[in-house]
Design a protein around this ligand. Sequence first.
Ligand code: ATP
Ligand code: MG
Length: 425
Amino acid sequence: MSTESKLQPIRGMNDILPSEIAYWQHLETTARALFAEYGFQEIRVPIVEHTSLFKRSIGELTDIVEKEMYTFADRSGDSLTLRPEVTAGLVRAMISNGLLHNQRQKVWCMGPMFRHERPQKGRYRQFHQIDVEAFGFAGPDLDAELILLTARLWQRLGIQRVTLNINSLGTPQSRQAYREILRNYFSRHREQLDEDSVRRLEGNPLRILDTKNPAMAELVAAAPLLTDYLDDESALHFKILRHHLDAVGVPYVVNPRLVRGLDYYTRTVFEWVTTELGSQDAVCSGGRYDGLVAQLGGDSTPAMGWALGEERIIGLMQVQGIQVQTQQPDVYVVLVGEGAEAVGLKLSEQLRSQLPGVRIETNCGGGSFKSQLKRADKSGARYALILGDSETEQQVIGLKSLRSDEPQVHVSWDQLVAELRQRVA
Ligand code: ATP
Ligand code: MG
């Protein structure tokens, strides 16, 4: 086959097949339920935004903006970008819809994100995030609440052995002083910096701390600590957050090297990491961004959020052997013969009306009794209902257990709902 005729998805963008969907649904359903329990509401925002939004919020000198965005000119010549993350779009939506005037908002959102990275296990070009953001809360109680929500999500999903790293980045003012100290430090070791880091030295030396280049690990490890330059208020904020986490009993590691890849963070940042997914160790990360709303033109509003990578969480569930319920029918209806087919479809509809929630799959596409029974078995159904022409004449149906030795019985049509309710409802 020529490359043109062989249809392939775009590199790094995956189909999620019915055979894998149970994990996705389980994760998303669990998260949705938890968000409602914590008082968060869903919001949906576009996948495409103006390129300038991401440049202004994420920061020009970040990996995302420098190398990872899918940016294109649309037919009117506007520069648009497929969202690499959703915080920027959410903040934009809060401002454009006037949702922040003297209001507090707690929202969540899920969907695909796009980054032009080198595809590898756990790192894709289209990937999916579940995202939570809260606007209008300045205090560390909210920071704690957001982190506690993540901890409970792992617990609900049965995920174990993930480590919570936390740090405080202080305020832009306190960071200013530290930035100079860091710039001096890296300038003194300029010959050890890679190309990206040299470029960031002037504009934003903090970004250098976030490098993934192993050749620079030692240099970064010996750099001065931001934590030593924290302003008093940020230090107090961080202390209260730790106190809340201690009180609830959520263990964490204070990691003064955690800076996070985006420019807009202030004070609290956190990341949940695992050692069980190879080099893609971050499964969920977030932080406070008190300055972003004003920076994008809204009323000054404190805010904080986090995002988890669905592919990585699902990968972790699989590595840890967590089983999820697959959607199998309860009942498979075998219909042999034309007369049976018409009656069977109608009977199945009546059952679905009277037994909502019970999964009833009718055999479509005909086939012999034997082949239909095979399909019934393969479907995973617990029971087969068997309707042939003789059953139709007598107004009965065969009820056969597919998972036990229970003998097959004939049930009259008017008894069927009661019989099924006993067994599967
Ligand atoms: P990493 O350090 O692995 O590149 P990141 O700091 O760029 O992660 P964030 O921007 O904080 O990640 O996104 C939040 C979460 O989204 C991450 O913790 C991770 O689980 C997931 N994630 C980020 N990029 C990808 C990707 N390309 N493919 C799959 N998941 C991703
Ligand atoms: Mg990244």
